[in-house]
Design a protein around this ligand. Structure first.
Ligand code: NAD
Length: 290
């Protein structure tokens, strides 16, 4: 397939490289001066999109996506597919899908989980929203860049699935960290706490697969000085998107709202920026109730 790839950063770069390695003809564009193995660089987003069967975008946010979409949609040929893999707000995903449909294009919103390691290793999970026909066109590329793709529904459903998942993740990480901080003050050994909770009803991915306590449970960013991993800044981005969506949809999400407030404080006013999101544990363990 002839593929245009716009946004060749930490995630997009290795994803585009994997498509090229699999034998696809990939033309890329990024505002920054980057070179990706196997990818021909274009001078503009529109040039990368011209004549492509599929154009993939991997960009920082919804405003940038809307801007790039306004450049590439007119350059794409009818029947081609616009696949956005960025994490953006549901409203931007739907607006871009409408714009693509009006131009006779197929479109899919397909945010990912799996992080930079998943992008490099081709083991991402894609959560996709769009028509069956659009999903079918993108699916062989998801198979190369990832290990699983779930067709979640119509346009915006992929972004909806991503932010709902990450709202649960943010909330359970905070709950797990505060339980460790309480256990410390009650004199309960962290290893014993892990042994009990990881096999009891308090278990979760945060506890069992990504334990925030150093030296306890599987290897995780806690064992590496809380280097990300999944940065607190990115968790905050996703929690903000979840609360923006909850506002538009009139959904009551008190725990999500509290998680957003805590990560905002951690990233903007404390020392959370650049740390893994599980560094909520050293933050909480230092504090009392006051
Ligand atoms: P990044 O900042 O490394 O990459 C974004 C790239 O987009 C940059 O190279 C930037 O130069 C480029 N860009 C910005 N504006 C542009 C424009 N107008 N035209 C062309 N290129 C432009 O970010 P990333 O970590 O690769 O993340 C990309 C997306 O993936 C984000 O939406 C993020 O939330 C999501 N995501 C990231 C991770 C992760 O672990 N990094 C995990 C899951 C999802």
């Amino acid at each position: 397939m002839k593929i245009g790839f716009i946004g060749l950063g930490n995630m997009g770069g290795p994803m585009a490289a994997n498509l090229a390695k699999a034998g696809h003809d990939v033309t890329g564009f990024d505002m920054a001066d980057v070179a990706i193995e196997g990818v021909t660089m274009a001078k503009s987003a529109a040039e990368a999109a011209t004549g492509a069967d599929v154009v993939i975008t991997m960009l920082p946010n919804g405003d940038i996506l809307r801007h790039v979409a306004s450049e590439i949609v007119p350059a794409m040929s009818a029947g081609a597919a616009f696949v956005d893999c960025s994490t953006v707000d549901v409203d931007s995903a739907r607006a871009v899908a409408d714009q693509a449909a009006a131009a006779g294009l197929l479109s899919v919103d397909a945010p990912v989980s799996g992080g930079i390691g998943g992008a490099a290793g081709g083991t991402l999970t894609f959560m996709a929203g769009g028509s069956t026909e659009a999903f079918a066109k993108a699916a062989p590329l998801f198979d190369i860049m990832g290990q699983k793709a779930v067709h979640c529904g119509e346009a915006g459903a992929g972004q909806a699935a991503k932010i709902c998942n990450n709202m649960i993740l943010g909330v359970t990480m905070i709950a797990t960290c505060e339980a460790f901080a309480l256990a410390d003050k009650l004199g309960l050994d962290r290893q014993k706490m892990f042994d009990v909770v990881s096999t009891s009803s308090g278990y979760s991915w945060s506890m069992n697969a990504y334990c925030p306590a150093p030296g306890v449970g599987p290897q995780s960013p806690a064992d590496n000085g809380y280097q990300p991993g999944f940065a607190a800044d990115l968790m905050l981005k996703d929690l903000r998107l979840s609360q923006q969506a909850a506002g538009s949809a009139d959904a009551d999400t008190p725990m999500g709202q509290l998680a957003e407030a805590l990560y905002t404080q951690f990233v903007d006013n404390e020392d959370g920026k650049g740390k893994d999101f599980s560094a909520m544990l050293p933050r909480l363990e230092k504090r009392g109730r006051g």
